[in-house]
Structure formats: structure tokens, C-alpha cells
Ligand binder design. Structure first.
Ligand SMILES: Nc1ncnc2c1ncn2[C@@H]1O[C@H](COP(=O)(O)OP(=O)(O)OP(=O)(O)O)[C@@H](O)[C@H]1O
Length: 267
């Protein structure tokens, strides 16, 4: 098994996710086998693998929904069992499907991203509403704010979940096939937006996608690391030895899905 060899620098390349010798089994069947891999600040990691390769399982372990059978996961340097700063992480799970009768509005779903795991009953203040409006604006769904989530199309719901993941201005955004069910124009616009977020907004990405064209165009053709059937494609937002540009603007307000997406080309 290959080990990740990239250096973790001292400045803006500290490990955001660190996986050491991580294994996971479902009922005696090994899905992840002694994985060693670090995601550094401002990396964009594209995770590719065939159906059943263990991609979703890995993401669930990183967000604490599954516990590794062996090895250790650290988030921002803290062992996962002790990690509490969940607002630093935005997660968009795969295939969010809502019962049409589910009563929450789009605004309520996006606001629920602010509560995190420790502030379930937090009162909503003006600042929260502003953050929500900015997230709705970024995903171009302001006009859906008062609609019931269960009555939206799959693609519209997906945008709502992205807005929910962005509402805390997370440092790490984890996306599990985020464009499934979204039309191809919106997909291009979405990729354009996340590339922009990666390059200009100091966000680290871990994204599962079956869209090889997009992955290859942005992240190249050679995976930086492979483990079992999982392949990790990595692009850092700048040269690893040039951290001068660390203080980038980080504002949701500046983000917005483009009307006319730019063509998808490698930088
Ligand atoms: N709750 C579960 N119980 C038992 N086996 C499971 C469970 N969830 C997933 N698996 C199995 O573990 C393997 C990895 O599943 P996982 O969902 O992580 O794959 P994936 O790479 O995300 O696949 P896909 O591209 O199809 O989404 C699969 O063989 C799957 O059948």
C-alpha cells in the first residue's frame, strides 16, 4: 500500500484531515484497508473509485458518522473522538431525498446548518439571517427561500444542501457527488464556483465525484495517492512553498453561481 509522501508545511499546509492506518469493515468485509492519507489546508482532493469502493464510507468516517475499526482520524490536528468544532466543516451527503410532506422551508433547512451539533436550540439572530441570505444568494435560490424543501426538484434540493453546508463559511467542505441530479449547465457553473472558492476563499475540499472530465481538468490525470480501489487526486491552491497569499477574503457574499458558466479548462 502506498503512503502519502507530501510534506505538511508549517504555515498554510497543516493537515486538516489526517488518516493514519485507517481500516473499516462491514460485517467482517474490509472496505477500507490501512489507509494513510493527509488532506492539507487549501488542498482540493478529488476522491474517485468504482461503485462500492468505499468512498461514502470514508467520508462518513471523517465526519464521525462511522468509527474506524483500526487506526486514527484527526480533524484539524484533534483526534476525532475529541473533535467538537463541527462548524468548521461543511458536509453535503449523497442523494438527499426529501419526503414531499417534510414541513421545513428552504430558509429553515439552510439555517439549520448554523446550529451544528452543539447549538441545537440556539436562537436565530440577525447575523444568522444575513448568513442565510448570503448562502441563498450564492446558490441563486433566494426566490425559493419560503418554499417547502420537499416540494422542490432534486437539483433545487441539492442547491439548498450546498447552501446549508456553506452557511457557516466552513474551512473544509466535504461533498459526496454534489452534482447528481443537477442539469449540466448548472454543474459547470457549480464547478466554476467551487474552483473559485478553492483558489480565492481559503477553503479545503474533499469531493467524491464520478465526473472524471471535471476531476481531470482541474486535478490532473495522475492520482497523488491510491489505496485499494480509492484514488485521491490532489491540487493545492498555490505552490507548496509559497504561503504569502494566506489572508484571502473569505466571504460568502462574493460568491454566486454564474449565469453563464465559463468553459471548463485546466488552469
Ligand atoms: N450499512 C452497510 N452495511 C453493510 N455493507 C455496507 C453498508 N454500507 C455500505 N456497504 C458496502 O460497503 C461497500 C462500500 O460502500 P460505499 O457506499 O462506501 O461505496 P461507494 O464507493 O461510496 O460507492 P458508490 O459509488 O456506489 O456510491 C459496498 O460494497 C457496500 O455494499
Amino acid at each position: 500500500m502506498q503512503q502519502s509522501t507530501r510534506p505538511a508545511g508549517e504555515h498554510c499546509h497543516l493537515p486538516v484531515v489526517s488518516m493514519q492506518n485507517v481500516s473499516f469493515q462491514y460485517e467482517q468485509r474490509t472496505v477500507i484497508d490501512r489507509l494513510n492519507f493527509d488532506i492539507l489546508q487549501r488542498d482540493f482532493v478529488g476522491l474517485i473509485g468504482s461503485n462500492g469502493a468505499g468512498k461514502t464510507t470514508l467520508l462518513k468516517m471523517i465526519v464521525g458518522l462511522l468509527k474506524p475499526d483500526q487506526g486514527e482520524v484527526r480533524l484539524f490536528g484533534t483526534p476525532l473522538p475529541q473533535f467538537r468544532d463541527w462548524e468548521r466543516i461543511g458536509y453535503v451527503p449523497q442523494k438527499n431525498a426529501f419526503n414531499p410532506l417534510f414541513p421545513a422551508t428552504v430558509r429553515e433547512v439552510v439555517l439549520s446548518g448554523l446550529y451544528g451539533r452543539k447549538k441545537l436550540f440556539k436562537r436565530i439572530n440577525r447575523d444568522d439571517l444575513k448568513k442565510c441570505d448570503d448562502a441563498l444568494h450564492a446558490l441563486r435560490i433566494e426566490e425559493l427561500a419560503d418554499r417547502r424543501i420537499g416540494r422542490l426538484s432534486g437539483g433545487q434540493q441539492q442547491r439548498v444542501f450546498l447552501a446549508r453546508a456553506l452557511v457557516n463559511s466552513p474551512e473544509l467542505l466535504i461533498l459526496d457527488e454534489p452534482t447528481v441530479g443537477i442539469d449540466s449547465e448548472t454543474q459547470e457553473s457549480f464547478f466554476h464556483m467551487i474552483r473559485h472558492m478553492h483558489q480565492r476563499h481559503n477553503i479545503t475540499f474533499l469531493m467524491v465525484s464520478h465526473d472524471l472530465d471535471m476531476m481531470n481538468a482541474y486535478l490532473g490525470y495522475e492520482p497523488a495517492h491510491a489505496s485499494g480501489k480509492l484514488k485521491f487526486f490532489v491540487k493545492h491552491s498555490h505552490e507548496l512553498d509559497n504561503c504569502a497569499e494566506t489572508n484571502l477574503a473569505h466571504s460568502l457574499r462574493d460568491l454566486r453561481l454564474a449565469d453563464e458558466p465559463e468553459p471548463l479548462t485546466a488552469r
